[in-house]
Write a protein of this length. Structure first.
Length: 570
């Protein structure tokens, strides 16, 4: 967990300050204390600061711990301080402090309030269908964007896609065959609701035709050049240009519809490759002879010098490759946002490719690479684990995944609720640690039992029903101060109060699964509490309702970070 986030968390902030002060006053040493969460019976926090200091001072860690404990005994937020083992210090908070940490668990700090953060994700290519991989990246990107927005950053969500290149040429070539020539007026005959699928089928047809016939290959390569020329000349009127611009817009309309349906927050900016070509080409050409070099008519970056592989940035025909377009994208993002940080989310399969691109840019714009973080994820597979290929047409579309979840929800839960189906999909994707492949099981994802999105949605609805039944109104914090906490109440408050630390860890590591794991554990803790403790019509109703409210608030806040609806009733 970064000191930036951790240092501003309530409770932890005061403990860290007290530990630093003790180390300074006793030993004239500056140290950054580490706090961990021990098992509940040992305390609320633990620190190994005595062991850290003993190593520096050449002292017995137990003696160091005793001196620090003596300094902490009068700290108002602590009920007890104990030494364990060779010098670990266990810290038990007062009930009042623990209750406050629970009640204000969602009041998170805003340490990134002055930062501009660009997050690039989803990245579908026009002229192709959106598949489950795009859905996965979109879900992950939304969650990570929410984490930074939550801490006050000005987040710019951007999307990069290939509107030029061989895939576009293959699609346009097949469309021309379908239309019987360059007849843009005939595109009006394609029904609006079938346009995305129609284009996807033409891409498959063009891909299958390419490589089998030299004449066809030549036509597609020539079209590829012409599409670049359409952009260079800003051609909007020729028949070929009209076919290109109309079908490209169909893709962007389809993307917007997709993001809206999946309750994604949308993108501030789309970067088509046609926009990044010019700055990319300019940068590569200006640095040829310094960073890049000519090789057999092409311009390449010799990655072997950096223990990487060589990649072509401008091919022998003078056309930019994906690498050059990515160089242009980095430069465009900097020009548009002057970011403090840029996060790029892609599949694992382009990790090495991106390492080469970033290493090339590092040679002439090192500050941009220092500010860039590239994170990757694995493949999404359905049961059976068949690898998908849009080129071959055997993909699972993003929309079909939603239909699978809706169908499973109808069959298993007798519900037809799109929020539940969306929650099921998103949580199934996010609960897995980012990086590995995952298998999506629609039936498992919609289960109202176990570690699932609908289970947590139901948990929130259940908490809301308790508050509604009690006609709950916010109570004064003095309730907790006057009554103290019973053991079971204390245990629940402790778990609720962990939330800010979990969000900080998820943000620092760019790993939303930490929030999923915590929310599931929290719901289990509450269920255990609720089974053994009467909340309504009880002498301790006030404090217990405050805990129920704090629990519901954390569930709602956590689900919102994951971009999952938190219904009041189900």
């Amino acid at each position: 967990m970064s000191n930036n986030l951790e240092s501003s968390l309530p409770g932890m902030q005061e403990l860290k300050a007290a530990l630093k002060s003790a180390a300074n006053n006793l030993f004239s040493v500056e140290v950054e204390p580490e706090l961990t969460r021990p098992e509940e019976q040992f305390g609320d926090f633990a620190t190994n600061i005595a062991l850290q200091l003993a190593k520096q001072l050449g002292k017995n860690p137990r003696e160091v711990a005793e001196a620090i404990v003596d300094k902490l005994k009068n700290l108002p937020i602590l009920a007890d301080v104990q030494i364990a083992g060779p010098g670990f210090i266990n810290l038990r908070l007062t009930d009042e402090t623990l209750a406050k940490m629970a009640f204000f668990a969602t009041k998170l700090p805003k340490p990134y309030a002055t930062q501009e953060i660009v997050i690039e994700y989803s990245d579908p290519n026009p002229f192709k269908i959106l598949h489950v991989g795009h859905l996965y990246t979109s879900v992950v990107g939304d969650a990570i964007s929410n984490l930074f927005s939550n801490y006050g950053a000005n987040v710019h969500r951007v999307n990069f896609g290939g509107d030029v290149g061989l895939h576009a040429a293959k699609t346009i070539w097949s469309i021309i065959q379908k239309l019987g020539g360059e007849h843009p007026d005939k595109l009006l005959e394609v029904p609006i609701d079938q346009r995305a699928q129609w284009m996807a089928e033409e891409y498959v047809a063009g891909s299958l035709a390419y490589g089998d016939d030299e004449r066809i290959d030549g036509e597609i390569k020539e079209l590829n050049k012409k599409i670049y020329q359409i952009h260079e000349r800003q051609d909007k009127t020729s028949p070929l240009a009209k076919i290109y611009w109309i079908t490209r817009q169909w893709s962007y309309d389809y993307f917007e519809e997709f993001y809206k349906r999946f309750n994604a927050l949308g993108f501030e900016k789309y970067y088509p490759e046609s926009v990044t070509v010019e700055p990319g080409m300019k940068a590569v050409k200006e640095n040829t002879g310094k960073v890049f070099e000519e090789s057999e008519g092409a311009i390449v970056f010799k990655g072997e010098v950096h223990n990487m592989h060589t990649r072509v940035f401008i091919n022998s025909q003078g056309l930019p490759t994906y690498e050059t377009k990515d160089v242009g994208l980095i430069l465009k993002k900097w020009e548009d946002f002057h970011f403090d940080r840029s996060i790029v989310i892609t599949g694992n399969e382009i990790y090495e490719y991106m390492q080469v691109v970033l290493k090339a840019v590092e040679q002439f714009a090192p500050e941009l690479v220092q500010k860039t973080t590239h994170i990757t994820h694995g493949l999404v597979k359905l049961a059976g684990g068949v690898k998908m290929s849009s080129r071959l047409g055997n993909i699972v579309s993003a929309n079909s995944v939603l239909e699978m979840a809706r169908h499973a929800n109808k069959e298993i839960n007798k519900q037809d609720n799109e929020d539940t189906a969306l929650g099921a999909i998103k949580y199934s994707f996010l609960k897995q640690r980012l990086g590995a492949d995952l298998i999506y099981d629609p039936a498992e994802s919609v289960s109202l039992e176990g570690n699932s999105g609908p289970y947590l949605q139901y948990a929130h609805a259940r908490a809301c029903s308790i508050l509604l039944k009690a006609n709950f109104q916010e109570q004064s914090l003095e309730t907790a101060k006057a009554d103290g906490l019973e053991a079971s109440e204390r245990s629940l408050a402790r778990k609720i109060g962990e939330y800010p630390e979990v969000v900080a860890k998820a943000s620092d590591e760019l790993m939303p699964h930490h929030i999923c794991t915590y929310l599931y554990e929290l719901a289990q803790s509450f269920n255990s509490f609720y089974e053994k403790n009467r909340v309504l019509d009880n002498a301790r109703q006030n404090i217990r309702l405050r805990l129920v409210k704090a629990y519901a608030d954390v569930l709602k806040n956590g689900l919102n970070l994951l971009n999952i609806a938190s219904p009041d009733k189900m």
